[in-house]
Design a protein around this ligand. Structure first.
Ligand SMILES: *Cc1c(COP(=O)(O)O)cnc(C)c1O
Length: 421
């Protein structure tokens, strides 16, 4: 029997995470109706408490001025430490491996300074196809910075012909053929276009077997997938705070550096005073004494206001668990996959792999002949999704605030639009 709206409603009633939605501000239509918001993979929604968290710091700044660094309710001097534990749990890391700092593309560069050390024999970087443009620009510029040419030094994983799917065999083949020349693999955990989640543990093990370093860009993974960075063992990972982590537009980003590098003072790095031993930082001495762990990669006295935004959301994550969120996410995804299957319309194809282990929240729908008008029409009917050139509508039901009825209503809107325009 077909899945009906009352079935979706009953799933919402049984969903133990359903009330989490009440902690978020849901954008509304002109008529005041909640929009169907499926862009948590691009900009997560604002927690209702964010304003309070930011106001606390604005008020303490007004009250204390500079002494707020130590006297604020949440002293700014160590404010970032308030985020570390929650953040490390979300990505399955140890506290010493986790730091909130800078923004994502900046962290990509900082990590490459430490972990891309090309030699004439081993100078290549492996990336995935349809790699996010910022990552690609960063990688190519690092290659040039070291005096190599991206034409020789950049390797892109090959997908199945006519598709974007990367199988484990593809990954094995590339390491078998070129592993001895790869200095670094830098892979997105979930591809922003296809929605495919790559096997982090498998790729890490292979990379290390061939003597390559490996890092993951978790912009689309953090707060989405059930991650186990410490155990899976990549050398580093980076992610932004504004997608699934709901930290607000352009907020601070995260960075993971595996414990095995925590005490290695020989690693090349770009330094700043916030990476210096915090006990002696204000002695202002010229010799740089790096802190152990991820904190040692910090550069600046960090911006407190965006960190307060991120903290409001991390506190919500701490009130539940990634395993509960992931479980609901898989259920939302299954409902969406099944309903899209039932549409059986030649104008659309789902390109995200169906297997639970190979996708996160996002499901990518490829539109035949790159007909963007379909996207524009569903937008006019209250669906906030996004269009990725050349031809994909991305829909990301997020377990913190999306409902099963959101998913049902979306597919009804899509169905009517495909049928009647
Ligand atoms: C969103 C995203 C970025 C954005 O980088 P910023 O520095 O935050 O602008 C980079 N890479 C990937 C893979 C992304 O998904």
């Amino acid at each position: 029997m077909n899945f009906r709206r009352i079935d979706a409603e009953s799933m919402d009633q049984q969903d133990s995470l359903h009330s989490m939605r009440n902690h978020f501000l849901i954008p509304k239509s002109k008529e005041g109706k909640d929009l169907y918001y499926f862009c948590g993979n691009s900009l997560g929604l604002q927690p209702k408490k964010t304003k309070e968290y930011v106001e606390q710091e604005l008020n303490d700044w007004a009250k204390f001025g500079v002494t707020g660094h130590h006297d604020a309710k949440n002293p700014w001097y160590s404010y970032h430490e308030l985020l570390t534990e929650a953040m490390s749990k979300i990505v399955g890391a140890l506290s010493i491996e986790t730091i909130i700092m800078n923004t994502l593309s900046v962290n990509i560069h900082l990590m490459m300074v430490s972990f891309y050390q090309p030699t004439p024999k081993r100078f290549k970087i492996l990336i995935e196809p349809s790699c996010f443009p910022s990552d690609r620009y960063a990688v190519e510029s690092q290659i040039r910075f070291h005096g190599y040419d991206p034409k020789d030094a950049l390797i892109i994983l090959q997908a199945e012909p006519g598709s974007n799917y990367i199988s484990k065999e593809h990954i094995e083949t590339i390491f078998k053929n070129e592993g001895d020349q790869i200095a670094l693999a830098l892979i997105g955990s979930v591809n922003y276009y296809s929605g495919q989640a790559y096997p982090i543990a498998f790729m890490t093990q292979l990379a290390h077997q061939y003597g390559c370093l490996i890092g993951f860009d978790l912009a689309h993974g953090a707060g989405n997938l059930l991650l186990n960075l410490h155990e899976d063992g990549p050398d580093f990972a980076i992610w932004c705070g504004y997608k699934y982590l709901n930290g607000g537009p352009g907020t601070l980003a995260g960075c993971f550096i595996h414990e095995r590098h925590a005490y290695n003072r020989e690693l090349p790095r770009f330094a700043g005073w916030w990476g210096h031993n915090k006990i002696t930082r204000f002695k202002m001495e010229p010799a740089f004494e790096v802190m152990p762990g991820a904190e040692g990669w910090q550069l600046s006295n960090p911006p407190i206001l965006p960190m307060a935004c991120l903290r409001a959301s991390l506190d919500l994550f701490s009130s539940t668990s990634m395993s509960a969120l992931r479980k609901k996410s898989i259920e939302l995804g299954n409902v969406l996959f099944n309903l899209l299957d039932e549409l059986n319309d030649p104008k659309i194809t789902v390109i995200t792999p169906r297997n639970e282990e190979e996708h996160g929240c996002q499901i990518s729908i490829k539109v035949k002949n790159a007909d963007k008008s379909l996207f524009q029409k569903i937008t006019s009917k209250g669906v906030i999704a996004d269009w990725r050139e050349p031809d994909v509508i991305r829909i990301a039901p997020v377990p913190l605030y999306n409902t099963f009825t959101d998913v049902f209503d979306f597919v009804e809107i899509l169905k009517n639009t495909l049928k009647n325009g």
